[in-house]
Design a protein around this ligand. Structure first.
Ligand SMILES: Nc1ncnc2c1ncn2[C@@H]1O[C@H](COP(=O)(O)OP(=O)(O)OP(=O)(O)O)[C@@H](O)[C@H]1O
Length: 304
């Protein structure tokens, strides 16, 4: 089996780069034949995945966080090889939220990840695809874990500005900063024949369960059910929002009066006041007016 390992040395605030030797030693110990390439800039992992697949890779392994996994998934989908080329993950990101939906997988566990590559059991999982319209620009992209629209994407914008911290603290501080500065506007969310139209903090879509470094937005989401989970949160006073944060961190917010949970194959969000949008924790638009989302059922073979 031809395996290409794509390592983002910047992921996990440099942790992925520092663990390169340990990763290669573990791959050799399991007699896994591999080539390893490193990313040099944002977006690079998509291009590297496409090139690897063109060279005949049957398995592409993302080493990094959710942003790196996202880029590799986009490369696999763009190559139209989701059912042939498997996706492996060595999770070394800051949040590494996606793997929290996978039983037995721990962020940072190189030995466990390489053991899974050696066993090579795969599971077909869903992927989300979005089309974002911002002014006259449209952008199409896939996500594997989650999509944030509104305040939750503003948190991702804030997290990019914090260089002096690591791990969950980055996201927690970003939540407070975003709550203090975000100006919510009216949003209309249409999903599988239903409609929610009011002033919203955010509409978050989950293929996985956890986003934003430890917020269990869609705690009942399943990666292979052919559906995307939706968590819509109304605006509320900041003092009340602060009291809800611990609920979100435990995934027990779903019955709160300001929260609407749903499952859908297609979702459309429109908003007269432009909103930020983030896929798998990466900000892809800061002023979107329309976002169309669809599920690509079982589109990627994931090494589990
Ligand atoms: N060589 C590089 N130098 C700097 N940034 C890079 C490089 N290669 C990729 N990137 C960018 O690094 C960013 C962070 O990657 P990633 O999301 O994998 O890690 P993370 O943010 O630490 O983890 P998580 O998203 O799970 O919290 C992405 O935007 C990616 O495009």
């Amino acid at each position: 089996m031809t395996t290409t390992v794509i390592l983002n040395p910047a992921a996990g605030r440099g942790l992925a780069g520092r663990r390169r030797n340990a990763i290669e030693a573990a791959l050799r110990d399991h007699a896994i034949e591999y080539e390893i390439v490193t990313t040099h800039a944002r977006g690079g992992a998509t291009e590297l995945a496409i090139q690897a697949i063109q060279r005949g890779a049957e398995r592409v392994v993302a080493v990094g966080g959710d942003g790196t996994i996202n880029e590799v998934v986009n490369g696999i989908i763009d190559s139209r090889t989701g059912n042939k080329v498997a996706l492996g993950i060595i999770p070394l990101g800051t949040g590494s939220d996606f793997v929290k939906s996978l039983p037995g997988v721990r962020p940072g566990d190189i030995a466990g990840a390489v053991q899974r590559l050696a066993s090579n059991h795969t599971q077909a999982i869903d992927v989300g695809r979005i089309r974002v319209t911002a002014g006259r620009l449209t952008l199409q992209r896939c996500f594997i874990n989650g999509l944030g629209m509104g305040l939750d994407a503003a948190v991702a914008v804030e997290s990019l500005k914090i260089k002096w911290l690591r791990g969950f603290a980055v996201y927690l501080i970003s939540v407070f900063k975003a709550l203090a500065t975000y100006r919510p506007g009216p949003m209309t969310v249409r999903f599988d024949g239903q409609r929610v139209s009011r002033q919203l903090f955010f509409a978050s879509v989950g293929n996985g369960r956890c986003q934003g470094g430890g917020f269990w937005m869609t705690p009942d989401a399943k990666l292979d059910d052919g559906l995307l989970d939706l968590c819509i949160v109304d605006t509320m006073p900041i003092s009340r929002a602060l009291r809800k944060i611990p609920l979100l961190m435990r995934g027990v917010h779903t019955n709160e009066p300001e929260v609407t949970m749903a499952r859908a194959r297609r979702i459309e969000v429109t908003c007269p006041t432009p909103i930020p949008v983030a896929t798998d924790g990466e900000v892809i638009a800061t002023a979107a007016q329309r976002v169309e989302v669809e599920v690509l059922p079982r589109a990627v073979q994931l090494v589990v």
